[in-house]
Write a protein that binds this ligand. Sequence first.
Ligand code: SAH
Ligand code: SF4
Length: 387
Amino acid sequence: MSMIAAHPGLLPPRTEARETLVGLDRRGLADRLQDLGVPERQLRMRARQLWSWLYVRGATDFAAMTDIAKELRSELGASFSLARPDVAVEQISEDGTRKWLLRLTDGKEVETVYIPEEDRGTLCISSQVGCTLTCSFCHTGTQKLVRNLNPAEIVGQIMVARDRLGDWPGAVAEDARGIPDTERKITNVVLMGMGEPLYNFDNVREAMTIASDGEGLSVSKRRITLSTSGVVPEIPRWGAEAGTMLAISLHAVRDELRDQLVPINKRWPIRDLLDACRAYPGLSNAKRITFEYVMLKDVNDSVSDAKELVRLLAKIPAKINLIPFNPWPGAPFECSDWEQIEQFAEIVNRAGYASPVRSPRGRDIMAACGQLKSASVKERASARVAV
Ligand code: SAH
Ligand code: SF4
């Protein structure tokens, strides 16, 4: 593992008062231009130019925007910035996985993870600081301070990652270890970082609309996956208004157990959740819902659990993703034994689900599913212990 960039606490205090344009859509950009006095008839064209500098070329400096008049550039620079969230820490795993601890303008922190493979790269982004839900196996759920991320902070995660990966036209990465040789370094985006994205619906939708715009960041909706613990009433709405791919954190096949593992199940039990899945728009063999299932030793990993899982999902176009439990300090669970996972996977496999076990990535930097929890919280806790 290697670590670069500033150590938390060493970043200069933020004095930036200018609003960032990152995270604004064409409409938002046009509004800001109008405030600067750009004439009505030029607004659309100017907004289009700004949009393209932001989301096609990744400009970090107004001076680069050579097709915009110098005077307007300097007015823009005086009132606005192109800032992304600050990178407080960048960690690079032995397997090329990267984890960024990002510092927001109010000092709060979130994590973003990049998982490179041979022919693609997946960016795992956060939707909230912490999470109000308290799934018993998840580290993020133990974090007390919670707030929603705004569109600038959600889109900002993609921008930072593309900066660090050299994923803009003509750019190169400062450290290229493990980055695939593909034209685009980020081919997929998953909302599987910190937070419950459907509890921050509007901001996440706005951000994904920007991310999926074909004349901008261009991550198609087929390559964006929102993972939810099961906020049932928001699932049809997300399908209608955003229409990305969907992943469900199932983790148990019986309500008594799921009530304990994923407490939101007490409000919306398995049957309601699966009904919402069946009704998700556009499902087909080519567009399936992913069901995530964390393998917890002697808790949910029996042969009868596997059979019940297959039975429950029988009529839904589904993929099954078995996730070896990723431990964190003080976690009340252990990961299932490998033989048990294989036995479970075999049953799932025989039912026609290919390669169901997700290989853990970036374990050496605590970048795996459910391990995210900002370092500052941990540091503050250890400082308290020291005191
Ligand atoms: N809040 C959303 C998205 C973030 S969690 C959700 O719960 O779906 C992304 C995935 O990681 C979820 O399936 C979650 O259940 C899983 N996860 C959480 N903690 C984990 C851990 N310690 N080990 C393995 N997977 C975990
Ligand atoms: Fe929140 Fe998802 Fe973790 Fe549950 S698993 S506490 S919903 S982040």
